[in-house]
Write a protein that binds this ligand. Sequence first.
Ligand SMILES: [Zn+2]
Length: 414
Amino acid sequence: MSDHRRSDHQMSDHQENLLKIVDALQSEMIDFTRELVAIPSENPPGNEYARCAEAIAQKLKQIGLEPRVIEVPAPIPGERPGYCVTACHGEGERALYFHGHYDVVPHSVEGQFDPVVRQSNLFGRGSSDMKGGLASMVFAVHALRRARTRLNGRVELVVVPDEETGGGRGSAWLSRSADFGKGGIGMMTAEPTSGVIWNANRGAISLRITVNGKPAHVGLSCQGVNAFERMLIIARELEKLKCEIEKRETGFPIRPRAARRSILMMGGECRGGSNFNLVPGTCSFTVDRRINPEEDAETEKRRLLDILDRLRRDGIDHEVEILQEGSSSGVPEEHPFARRLAGTVESVTGKRAPFEMCPGLLETRFYAERGIPAFAYGPGILAVSHGPKEFVPIQNIRDCAAVYAMVAQAALAE
Ligand SMILES: [Zn+2]
């Protein structure tokens, strides 16, 4: 770290010491990121979960922890199980959660599981979202152990698969346990936030609506019931709701300004009919309702489903399948944990970290539901995540490890 980067923010001796240790561990940290990227833990369908969990558990053992690998049965019979890895450093009631996921979206070009370092970046699927961040979290704990920092509480590492598909074999399953989030004073997840801190996320309820009609030849369409036309009736009613909820804006910052509006999107997936000369017997379309943190998820879900129930009573025969559901969450910027995280980021990187609302769903929601202040801040870059040229800046992996370690040291010192 060059002097100008920390000139404005004087570090304590403890922090300086942690930083030195993190720097000494940097090449090991990058090697571990490469090791993880080379394991194609693609989701869907959930490849190589056992191997990836084992690699993480091995590393945790090497740094002196006693990891638990928890086998999670697949919610869909016949699918492979998931494996969560947890480990604890320190002891006591209070817990700071370091949370991450090791599943990655499927590769989009060949060779993405052969990690390469070019200039100061590490390329490969999952490098940004979020295996680089996992390495930062693991090595933050490593640094805390090496520094022999006394903590009033514990750092709990929770590493899961299935984040990319709703958490069925990961966080959604773990969060049903009474122990989940126990004693939590804060939670950080290493999602690719591109230098900002996500202190809020939208909730979601996503549906597939399948409209039933009766097929008939066009010449005898009087004998059929047109599922497409029925679908339009439903869509028109939902459009009225859309116009209304779009007038609501979140107070949490998100760019561009228009993205602050509450969201109802129709037709992300749309299917139906079999030929131009046949009355369509079925038609289906999806509805993705994204709920701002200021809106009440239950109320919004009810409103949406009430409209559909009313239409069904009016004779528009259809079925509704809930594809995913997640609650929104948000922590004010003035919260002491938020201020501590932002201050630490600034002293490590020399740059101010603004707060923003995450545009998508976040696993912070599982902790927020239990009243734990939950944040995302990680080394990756959102714009390249999931893409063909996914990479993570190596400096960011090191910076994040320092941030996590320092936040833990300060948050668990009191
Ligand atoms: Zn992610």
